[in-house]
Design a protein around this ligand. Structure first.
Ligand code: ADP
Ligand code: GN1
Ligand code: MG
Length: 357
């Protein structure tokens, strides 16, 4: 199907007609294909879902709509101020459309907003972390047992380690020789698995976003305030340390996640402090002492685990994360390991910042 006919089909399905429409890619997500569909009446975000990653798209939509409903109630009670990204039904009142050999959904477009791939300053970091904190608090009384586990073991480091070991043993693309040092480095970090296991029963399992990347936050064009938390696809029960760690991973480096300028990949300490301050403030009445302490482990685990996932996908032949060029996943992995090494090198300073909150 040509992109023009896809646009017409989707536009008609979601009730926007077929006149004067256009569709163009937005954002830089690694999993789904995200497009802005513009029609005279209104614009919608349309996404072709990656059904390899999300084999049950109807469950994905069901989860998201449960969360939408919960957040809507919170807004009505004056307990949640951010915009809510709602799924848009088709003219036949479905939420998924089959088109172009794939499954599509539509989301309300939040106009007058922008997202970032690299945090610009401390104020932006604190604003976004605070909004992710507000989101976490709003979900606190949401019964996360209702959520289907769309990707089982998503942040299970032990399982991620097993996947790396399995792919290394197979080496299906003969790529191991090009990344043996990275694999050895990974294997030397598996003590993190026991550190995580030790938290079982000590830190609470809570509803989590699980993908608190900086580009999953929309900011207002005029005020630069946070406008909406987006990309709710992996909302599932977890530890707050995951959401904290993923913010550190994506907010603190001055370089993009796939930058090859490794000498410049580092944790900006002032951004780290802003993330801590911004996130903990809305959580202050709920967070336990053990949870606060677990944020150091979250900082290490999330940065390391995403690096490990990029490396696993590289060795496996790039089936999971979309890539723009050969070696893209290896470059991403090496970038994340550089960041992880800097985190370890700055342990004393970062732990002191955490302690001071
Ligand atoms: P992916 O799963 O591919 O990461 P996202 O849902 O995060 O997809 O969307 C990718 C990008 O599209 C975001 O970073 C943001 O720039 C833009 N975007 C997504 N949803 C909206 C929305 N409802 N309104 C405005 N922009 C959006
Ligand atoms: C993916 O979809 P996106 O780009 O927001 C991935 C996250 C990773 C991230 C790394 C469902 O997120 O887990 O942390 O890439 N999402 C999924 O940038 O695997
Ligand atoms: Mg995203």
């Amino acid at each position: 199907m040509k992109s023009n006919s896809i646009a017409v089909y989707l536009s008609e399905s979601f009730g926007l007609g077929s006149e004067k429409i256009s569709m163009k890619p937005i954002g830089s997500g690694h999993i789904n294909s995200t497009m802005l569909l513009t029609a005279p009446k209104k614009s919608l975000v349309v996404q072709k879902l990656n059904t390899e990653v999300f084999p049950e798209p109807d469950m994905l939509v069901k989860n998201a709509r449960l969360i939408e409903r919960h957040l809507t109630k919170k807004r009505q009670l004056g307990e949640y101020d951010l915009a809510i990204i709602r799924h848009v039904p088709t003219v036949e009142n479905n939420y998924l459309v089959d088109c172009d050999n794939g499954v599509w959904r539509a989301l309300e477009f939040i106009g007058g907003s922008y997202s970032e791939d690299v945090v610009l300053n401390t104020s932006q970091a604190q604003t976004a972390a605070n909004a992710f904190g507000q989101f976490a608090v709003a979900l606190e009384d949401f019964d996360a047992k209702q959520l289907h586990h769309v990707i089982p073991d998503f942040h299970n480091l032990a399982m991620r380690a097993e996947k790396l070991k399995a792919v290394v043993a197979k080496d299906p693309q003969q790529r191991l020789a090009s990344c043996q040092a990275d694999v050895d480095f990974c294997f030397a970090q598996f003590g993190l698995i026991d550190e995580l296991k030790a938290l079982t029963g000590i830190v609470p399992v809570r509803p989590c976003h699980n993908d608190t990347k900086i580009n999953n936050m929309l900011f207002c064009n005029t005020s630069n305030d946070a406008k909406a938390v987006i990309d709710l696809d992996t909302c599932m029960p977890g530890y707050w340390l995951y959401d904290f760690g993923d913010m550190v991973r994506t907010f603190c480096s001055p370089e993009q996640e796939d930058s090859t300028d490794l000498a410049n990949v580092c944790v900006r300490e002032e951004i780290f402090a802003a993330v801590v301050k911004g996130y903990v403030e809305p959580l202050k009445d709920l967070i336990t002492e053990q949870e606060k302490q677990s944020f150091w482990l979250g900082t290490k685990v999330m940065t390391f685990m995403i690096g490990l996932r990029f490396l696993t996908d590289y060795i496996d032949g790039d089936h999971y994360f979309s890539i723009k060029h050969a070696n893209h996943n290896l470059e991403r992995a090496q970038n994340q390991f550089a960041l992880y090494r800097d985190i370890l090198a700055k342990k004393t300073t970062l732990k002191a910042i955490l302690r001071d909150v």
